[in-house]
Structure formats: structure tokens, C-alpha cells
Design a binder for this molecule. Sequence first.
Ligand code: FAD
Length: 622
Amino acid sequence: MTIERFRKEVADRGLSDVEASEWRGSIRLEGQVASWSDYVELGRLAVKIGTRGVVNDLEVSGPEGCDLAHEDPLAAMGHLEEGGELEGLSFDVAIVGGGVIGSAVARELSKWSISTILLEKEEDVATHASGRNDGMIHDGFAAKPGSLKAAYNVRGNRLWEPLAADLGIEFARPGSLILFHAPAAKALYPVLASRASENGVDGWELWSRSRVLAEEPKVTSDQHGGFFLPSAGCLSPYKATVALAESALANGVRISLDTIVTGLETEDSRLRRVRTNRGSFAVKALVNAAGIWADVVAGMANDRFFSLHPRRGVDMILDRASGALQRHIMAMPSLLQGREVTKGGGLVKTIEGNILVGPTAREAPGREDYSTSQAELRELDRHFRLNRALSPSMLITYFAGVRACTWEEDFIVGPSASVLNLVHAAGIQSPGLASAPAIAHDVAASVLAILERTMKVSPNSRFVAKRRPVPELARLPLEERAAWIGRDKAYARIVCRCEEVSEGEIRAALRPRPAASLPPSVVGPASPEGGAFTEARLHASSLDAVKRRTRAGMGRCHGGFCTPRVMETIAEELGLPLTAITKKGPGSQLVAGETKAPAAIHLAAILPAAIPPSAERAAEEE
Ligand SMILES: Cc1cc2nc3c(=O)[nH]c(=O)nc-3n(C[C@H](O)[C@H](O)[C@H](O)COP(=O)(O)OP(=O)(O)OC[C@H]3O[C@@H](n4cnc5c(N)ncnc54)[C@H](O)[C@@H]3O)c2cc1C
């Protein structure tokens, strides 16, 4: 499609306030549309012009009003501490974003003798897409052949298994079963096999109706065989991100949490300085791994040749017992879904055994809008019928995540075409988790190529690949549990009854707390298999951070029982008052103050909003 043809199509739709122009090799849309669906439709249509990228700067007026182009991550942060810790420093590399991509890049760069800093605006890593996804290490079948998504997915799938072993996190390959919804669907097998082959997927099988039934006894009777992809895997996405960041930290990367990048200073097509709420500092190279804000960060560097639009996904989490009722990841896409941008969701068995029902895929304006609606939840109901043993009564809770999508629906990975020392890892929507190790490998290679123009880079001789995780007693054999308890009685005190998490595990997740500038010497004694391992812990201080590391609060009661105990443990371990403990960083304190004697603070002051002011006064008077 030519730009003239695009303009004509826009005019035919009666959208008079839309301008389309060529801009840095991309197409830029400006003006106003009356609805979010017009915004999305025009973004997609503009892709057909075939330029380098689509920059959709249209403002949506009316009740759905939004102006994504002028949003600012700083304004989106309710609370932000100021500090001068980084003022005047200098680093070889800065990474913007502590999701799975930024954390994987940080670990990859820690293999080299360079100074690297990772900047994350939140109080922990994995708080956005990387902590809000299905944890599936996709096989690579679903990605469009020839896309970066397909290539990175297949490479990443192969890299995750050994990487997870090094990081000390669980990884499994339950395989993914795409069920046929009609007898005729079997005829598609050659097409499916040819796509899997084109994408380089590691193995696929045609399963008959009886084979499916033998493998999945609770499967719907409406199935007509299936296409099985044995390489599909799963892991805990938030544990993986924390593990990558902690491994990077132990190997010398500085990690600065609660640190937002507010501006980038360029000179002669080079980034010179990074401005943050903690001061500004010099860099030789910068990695843009800012998730849904990556187009804004690209704009700070004057390199905004693409724009991102949020696509929300909602998942239901079923009780852990549901995992015993299903062996594989299962989905039954309809043929009509072929042209959709999503794989359509299904039943994903997680590494911990819970089943996730979802995710949905809905274009919605909020970059960090994690609300869920009844309509979205209803959309998920259809997946229940795939497994006769599952029922909505197994639902513990639901969550939403936001995918960072380019209009071209592909990743952007590699050096900037106009800024000499900038590398993008942007538009990393699904399967970004599965692709992370491969993306990190290539991004690190681009960074090294940039650095080598001005300095000599040698391998970090002190790099230690293996990391010792916090023990998970509930998943250990009884003798091993007893050994941990023998060493420390805190492992015998169960704090989270649903997930069987002990006080010892929570304390271990919070310590040691190495200073951010600690050299790569946090190396423990030899592991049983021989060789050294690291056990640095990223500073964690919120309830959610503890949850990400230990799963305390993730069970059926969802923290109803353990929240006060976890808070007390954090307070003791970090030497903080209870009033300083937050759910997820500044502004989310759980306790407002004492209501009567200090001893009564534990329960009475939690959720103060739930206590009517008169009751509060009465408590004070008592
Ligand atoms: C519902 C759902 C299900 C999914 N399921 C899967 C799946 O099963 N398998 C799979 O492979 N993929 C899946 N994905 C996709 C996957 O979650 C993402 O591809 C991946 O997490 C992207 O990681 P990221 O590091 O790029 O982004 P993020 O995790 O969003 O990290 C970016 C970070 O940058 C920080 N940041 C932004 N701006 C600034 C700034 N100015 N200064 C400092 N920090 C900044 C943010 O706070 C954020 O923490 C799913 C996504 C969703 C939403």
C-alpha cells in the first residue's frame, strides 16, 4: 500500500483529522480520532505501507480519551524518592528496565569485565509484564514464520533449560497439546507440520483421539486428536527474573531499584549521560529494555521510529490441586482464530502445579492498567470445557498483564540506526519470556561491539554461572527438610500454610543484602556437584517481593493468614518499623499507625480503611 492509498482509506472512513507522513524511514500518524478502535485500526492499516516502523501518535478524544504519545513514566509513578547516589558516576553500560529482558541482558554482560548498571523504576524486578505472564517457554510454533519472534523463541527455548539449572530454578517440559475441534481439522496436519518445520521447532507429533485420551484422561470428549509439541516448557517467570538479576548482581552488575530514567543527553549522535531521580551519570552504551515504555525511552534518545500499544491479558489462577488433573499445556484454537494476533489462550499448567486459564488479549489504552473486567473473565470460561475435571470453583484469583506490542507485531532487537551507542530490546510481547536468553545474548553482543570501538573488553574471569537459590522446603524430600530445620529452627515455623513456606525461607530471601556496589565476591562454598556458586540476594523489602521469591501469600487464602507474619519477619530482618512495610513499594504501606498498645498493632492496624473511624477512636480510648 502507498501512503496516498492509506490517506484515501482514512478519508473514506470519514476520519478527517488524521495526518500521515514519512518520518525517519517510518510512517507517523498524527491528529485525533474519536475512538480507541479507530486508533488501533489505523495503526494496523499503516503497517501495510511497509515502512521501517509505524509511529502512531494519534490522540483519542471522547470518553475513551488517551494520548499514549505524550505519556510519561514519571507521571505514572505515584511516589518517587529522590537521591544523589548516581550523580557524577560513570558506567560502561546502563540497562533501562528490570524485566526478564533487562535482567537477562545484565547477567549476559556480567560475563565481561565492564561496569554495568541496571535501572528499574519500581522497588523490585519483575513487577510488570515479566511478573504477570503464563510462564510458558513456548515451543516456537505459533510465531509467524520468518519473524524475529519465531527465531528468538526457538533459540530461547533451547537455552532456558541449562540456564534454569545454573540459576537454581525449576524448569519442566510438559509439552503443548493443540486439540482439534473437528474431525476435519486433522487434515491440517501437513500445514501445521510444515509451519513447525519452517520455524525450526524441536519436534512435533500427530496424536489420535485415543492417544489424546490416554495421555489426558480428563480431556473433553469433543476433541478429535491433536498436534503435540513436546518442547514446550514452563518455569516461574518472576523467580526466573529475580534469579537472573541476582546472578548479575553477584557477578558485579550494579542494580539500582526505585530509579527512573527521566532523560537522555545526546551529542554527535551518541548518548552521553543518563538522567534519573538519583542523579545523572555518564555511559558508553545504553540498552533500552523498558517494556511498555520502550518507545518513550527511544524518544528520550531521539530515536522513536516505532510506537507501542498495550494489549492486556487476563488469566485465572486455579488452586494448586488442579495440576494433578492435567499433564500438558492444552488449547483448542478455532480455525477462525488464524488471523488473530493472539494464540487464543488455553489451560497452562504452571511449574508449581496451578493451572492458569487464559490469557485473553484485548487492546486497551493503559500502559500499566492491570484492572480486570467481568467480560474478560467470562471470555475465559470456554477453556474450562477442555478438561472435564476442572471447575470455576477451583479459582483462587485472577491477574492482568500488559503486552508491549509494536504495530508490526514483532520484536525490535539490535543497535539503533541513528544513535551510535544505543541498543533496543523493544516490543517484546509474547513469547518474550521464552525468547529472553537468546535476545539477551544478541543484545550483549551488540553492546560489546559498541564498547570495543573505544576500549578493550575482556571476559570476567570471576564470573560464576551457578546460583544457589533460597531453599523451597515444601518441594524437598523429608530428610532434606529435616537437615535444613536442624541447621535453623526458623525452617520449622510455617508462615504461609497454603504454600507451606517457612519463616526460614522468608528470612533467606531477605538476606544477605549486599551493597549494590559489592564486587563479584559473593561466592559460596563448592556445590555438591563441585564448582562455585553465588548467593547474592537483591534487596527485597515489600510483601510482593517476598511473594515473588518464596510464594508466601500465593495460595488459596491469598495472604489472609500469613500477611501479618510476613510483615513482622520483613520488619525484623530489615530493622524497619511495621509502618514502613509496603505491599509493592512507596505509597503502598499496609499499616498506617498504632491503634492502641504496640502489641496490638499486628492485626488491628492492618487494612485501616476497613476499620470505621468510630471504631478506631474507641480502640484509642480503650
Ligand atoms: C498475560 C500475559 C501472558 C504472557 N505469557 C507469556 C508466556 O507464557 N510466555 C512468554 O514467553 N511470554 C509471555 N508473555 C510475554 C512476556 O511477559 C513479555 O514478553 C516479557 O515479560 C517482556 O519482558 P520485558 O523485560 O521486555 O518487559 P517488562 O517485564 O515490562 O520490564 C520492563 C521494565 O522496565 C521498567 N521501566 C520502564 N521505563 C523505565 C524507566 N524510564 N526507567 C526505569 N525503568 C523503567 C519497568 O518498570 C519494567 O519493570 C505474556 C505477557 C502477558 C501480558
